[in-house]
Design a protein. Structure first.
Length: 265
């Protein structure tokens, strides 16, 4: 009967039930879950934007805090999605046995992984909304939001959430211990944090690092968000969207294939 049900590459409507399960757990502990996403961007913009920004001079009339905000909209939510699909998914898979319990029901492996990626994307969108709120809070004083086009960051964040969640879950599928998850931070998160153009213009980097930075999805997210915040989108930004779509599709497929191999013995 399952073969007759509507599906896409094995993913069916039951992936929503996996997303719903994670949502319900989140809502039970929402007070503790929302403290960090609400306070971290506020502390960061004060310390980096106002504190460090007093010593940073950019070309033109732009203040450093204005340059910083699009990068924050890309970086902080990325950590939310990766944390959910790295440690959160690992615990559900290895420590709690949640994945095995779910695939013992009509939910299949593809549904579980798709639901996990969608939940990671939801966490990213929620974190994006918090950073967006902080930017709006400071906008009357520092003109951080310059265009109404910034509202399109929220739907674009769904795509970026799929990218980062799928990448993190692909790594989780081959992680041999909880401590090995730290390698993902060293090999991906740190380069994404520093070389994506979030905190300084990447054109001053050596050529080799600029090439590396181009392949990092966060670079394209920062480029898109900066254009939307400043109200200066260009046709070239369609290339950023295309690259994110390609990376998201590839790692979505990798996560499903790798998790199937790990869970179905």
């Amino acid at each position: 009967m399952r073969a007759l049900e509507p599906s896409l590459g094995g993913v069916s409507y039951r992936s929503y039930r996996v997303w719903q399960r994670n949502r319900d757990v989140f809502l039970r502990f929402w007070g503790a879950e929302l403290v960090a996403p609400a306070l971290e961007p506020l502390i960061f913009v004060v310390a980096m934007g106002l504190g460090l920004g007093a010593y940073v001079e950019l070309g033109g009339d732009q203040e450093y805090i204005e340059f910083l905000v699009p990068g924050m909209l890309a970086i902080f939510p990325m950590f939310a999605a990766v944390g959910e699909c790295l440690w959160g998914s690992y615990f559900r898979m290895e420590r709690q046995g949640t994945y095995h319990a779910m695939i013992a029901t009509p939910v299949n492996v593809e549904d579980v992984i798709a639901g996990e990626i969608l939940w990671g994307s939801t966490r990213l969108m929620l974190s994006t909304a918090f950073v967006f709120g902080v930017a709006l809070l400071f906008t009357p004083f520092y003109d951080l939001i310059e265009s109404p086009l910034v509202i399109f960051i929220l739907p674009v964040s769904l795509l970026t959430g799929i990218v980062f969640s799928a990448m993190a879950l692909s790594y989780t599928s081959v992680a041999f211990s909880i401590s090995s998850l730290n390698y993902f931070f060293t090999l991906f998160m740190m380069p994404a944090f520093w070389f994506s153009g979030a905190f300084f213009p990447p054109d001053k980097l050596p050529d080799a690092l600029r090439v590396v930075g181009w392949f990092i999805p966060t670079t394209h997210v920062v480029s898109l968000y900066r254009a939307l915040v400043e109200g200066s989108p260009h046709w070239s930004h369609l290339g950023d969207l295309a690259w994110l779509a390609v990376v998201g599709a590839v790692f979505f497929a990798v996560a499903i294939r790798s998790m199937r191999r790990r869970l179905i013995v």
